[in-house]
Write a new protein. Structure first.
Length: 404
């Protein structure tokens, strides 16, 4: 036990499908035994996790009878109770079964779309019964290879119709539940609709019940496209839409690797933890122009959507789980030290201009007139070195533990 040993109050969660991943890939058979959900609950609790998340089919195998479902749910609830774990998030598997081979909510077939809604309503009921407060939508098969098969605008409209329907269902049932939409650029489809978190954020603003819908960004998914995950998360927080998060590790341009958090991208991971935990005291205050719903820090569950290398046995799986959580806590400690460093504070202190700032703060015809006439010297402005080299080196030294 040390300061970085995971504890319940750290709010770390894993999916049944993550630590339960048996190591099957497109080229090879499983390398580990399938574990019972109740055993996963017990092991996660021993590792210091706070919760366990699930797809409907992870817990209740597809095609189970109502009686089988009830028995499974009863045993699972008993395990949660016995080991003190919660289920903060649930989701629907809308990708494994052959019926979803060309999408679920965006399929051209009304029968498939209706089945997707039916399966999701039942899965929402299951999630709520287990105590979930967030419901994730990842459109695993919502995309194309033969792109002429449907107008992409029709896919977007169908997705909107499904979200509006399901939000209304949640309200009608009086469930205390929000939705979190998860973007991914490709895999398993050649191109998936809503490929980035930014696409999702705009889509959400067009929904009937937009207030109950946010995003679930995933490190691997934004990184696959070569985009900055930290910027995607920051944009979500800036408009109050970071409802959930999928933490893992990923190299740019590869298939979805779902690696242990911090295993590939330590600097990005450091900046991410710094952002989520709000260790920068200046960033805690909303700047001028901020969105009214801005989140200064993220207080929801910290979910690891990742799995152990295919080289690992059962012991390796739990080493992977503990490692994910420890790395988060280590990075949190480094981020606190970085933001408490007086040299860092001095370098990133916000500059003020007593004459110009008030003119830009609010549009009035007088301010515009005064601003047009203001003597601003772009050559002098450009001459100032910013010392970001020093700042970045300080970050590296904090990250490597030789400072602070
Ligand atoms: C993936 C996704 C999934 C989802 C999960 C929950 O690339 O496979 O990240 O793991 O997060 O289905 O919706
Ligand atoms: Mn993924
Ligand atoms: Mn995910």
């Amino acid at each position: 036990m040390d300061a970085f040993t995971p504890r319940r109050e750290d709010r770390f969660t894993f999916g049944l499908w993550t630590v339960g991943n048996p190591g099957r890939d497109p080229f090879g058979e499983p390398v580990r035994a399938v574990q019972k959900p109740t055993r996963i609950v017990e092991k996660l609790a021993q590792c210091g996790a706070y919760g366990v998340n699930l797809h409907d089919d992870d817990l209740v195998p597809f095609g189970s009878s109502a009686a089988q479902r009830d028995a499974i749910v009863r045993d699972f609830k008993a395990a949660l109770e016995a080991h003190g774990l919660v289920v903060p998030m649930a989701t629907t598997n809308l990708f494994s079964q052959p019926v979803f081979k060309d999408g679920a909510f965006t399929s051209n077939d009304p029968g498939v779309r209706a089945f997707a809604l039916q399966k999701t309503m039942k899965a929402i009921d299951l999630g709520v019964e287990l105590g979930a407060k967030a419901y994730v939508f990842w459109g695993g098969r919502e995309g194309t290879e033969a792109d002429a098969c449907r107008d992409p605008r029709a896919a977007i409209a169908r997705m909107r119709e499904a979200m509006d329907f399901l939000c209304a269902y949640v309200k009608d049932q009086r469930y205390d539940l929000v939705f979190a939409l998860e973007a991914k650029p490709n895999e398993p489809r050649g191109d998936m609709y809503f490929p980035t978190t930014g696409h999702m954020l705009h889509f959400i603003s067009t929904l009937q019940h937009a207030a109950m819908v946010g995003v679930n960004p995933e490190v691997a998914h934004e990184t696959m496209s070569g985009l900055s995950f930290v910027h995607a998360v920051a944009q979500s927080m800036e408009c109050g839409k970071l409802f959930h998060i999928d933490l893992n590790g990923q190299k740019i341009g590869r298939y979805d690797q779902d690696l242990r958090f911090g295993s590939e991208d330590l600097k990005q991971a450091f900046l991410l933890v710094r952002l989520l935990e709000g260790t920068d005291p200046d960033a805690a205050k909303a700047p001028r122009g901020a969105h009214p719903a801005r989140q200064a820090r993220y207080t929801g569950p910290l979910h690891f959507d990742s799995h152990a290398y295919r080289t690992e046995d059962d012991e390796g799986v739990w080493a992977f789980a503990v490692g994910s959580m420890r790395t988060y806590k280590l990075l949190h400690a480094r981020a606190k030290a970085f933001d408490a460093d007086p040299e860092v504070r001095a370098l990133i202190a916000e500059r003020r201009d007593a004459a110009l700032d008030p003119l830009c703060a609010r549009y009035t015809s007088e301010n515009a007139r005064a601003l047009r006439a203001a003597p601003i010297d772009p050559v002098a402005l450009a001459q100032r070195g910013l010392a970001w080299e020093r700042l970045d080196q300080l970050l590296v030294e904090h990250l490597l533990g030789v400072r602070g």
